[in-house]
Design a protein around this ligand. Structure first.
Ligand code: UDP
Length: 238
């Protein structure tokens, strides 16, 4: 893969919730902040996008027709701001310099997304957390992450999950399932695999942005991946 310099790490809101499936588990927050700190300490420039599924997803909020889908999506985007503020605190607690930039203006809480400003923060070694998705309903935080990765000219987007990568068949059902080290964008779009939603993958493909899928709960794996370490575990879509 070759060593990377600037990376965008995306993880879902659910990852922050831990066992309970809702809200934020501070021990997980601390663990993830520690993994991100490792990247910063090794001179990588890091952008982060966090989902909001641990609090509200637009589709679920709008499921019985009381809340409109667009309002549900606004609520979803605000959930990502909550998660981003929590992550900012956890990183600062570890001494990492960090800024939150929101796609929706909320100046009492954080900066508004300005591409050039984000670039400068990154150059100065600050982590930038991109909050509030794309700022538009009907999109996902995977799309927001891909968009921001392209805008900041990241070398790669890392979709950090609870699984090691993409397998040839469901590893929960088949114990001979094999991790696929490399996939094409077309394979990544396959319904069974679907590393991200179609919009994100199309955007990544059009802009030749490689997507890495990996397990963020394997300690040290993120750093191994960006360092192009031999025993790094991941799948790459490119
Ligand atoms: N969302 C949105 N526009 C965006 C990104 C997110 O409307 O550009 C809303 C949408 O309702 C989504 C919610 O924010 O369900 C949380 O994001 P997502 O579902 O991607 O979070 P994850 O599943 O990664 O935790």
């Amino acid at each position: 893969m070759g060593k990377k310099k600037r990376v965008l790490v995306k993880f879902s809101g659910e990852a922050l919730a831990g066992e309970s499936g809702f809200g934020i588990d501070n021990s997980i927050l601390k663990y993830i902040a520690g993994e991100i700190k490792e990247l910063v300490c090794n001179e990588f420039e890091v952008g982060i996008v966090i989902g909001g599924g641990n609090i509200i997803r637009g589709v679920s909020a709008a499921r019985d027709g009381i809340i409109k889908r667009t309002s549900g999506d606004h609520m979803g985007m605000l959930s990502t701001v909550i998660n981003s503020i929590a992550m900012r605190e956890a990183l600062e607690h570890l001494g990492v310099s960090v800024r939150v930039q929101s796609a929706i203006k909320m100046e009492a809480i954080c900066e508004t997304f300005i591409m050039g400003r984000a670039q400068r923060h990154l150059e100065k070694g600050r982590v930038v957390i991109f909050a509030a998705g794309t700022g538009n309903p009907f999109f996902t935080t995977d799309t927001a992450a891909t968009l921001r990765a392209i805008e900041i000219e990241a070398d790669v987007i890392i979709k950090a999950t609870k699984v090691d990568g993409v397998y040839d068949k469901d590893p929960k059902k088949y114990n001979d399932a094999v991790l696929l080290p490399e996939l094409t964008y077309k394979q990544g779009l396959d319904d069974r695999i679907k590393v991200m939603d179609d919009t994100s993958i199309a955007l990544a493909q059009d802009n030749k942005l490689p997507i890495i899928v990996c397990n963020m709960f394997k300690q040290g794996n993120l750093l191994k991946i960006v360092n192009d370490d031999e025993d790094a575990v991941y799948s790459i879509v490119k």
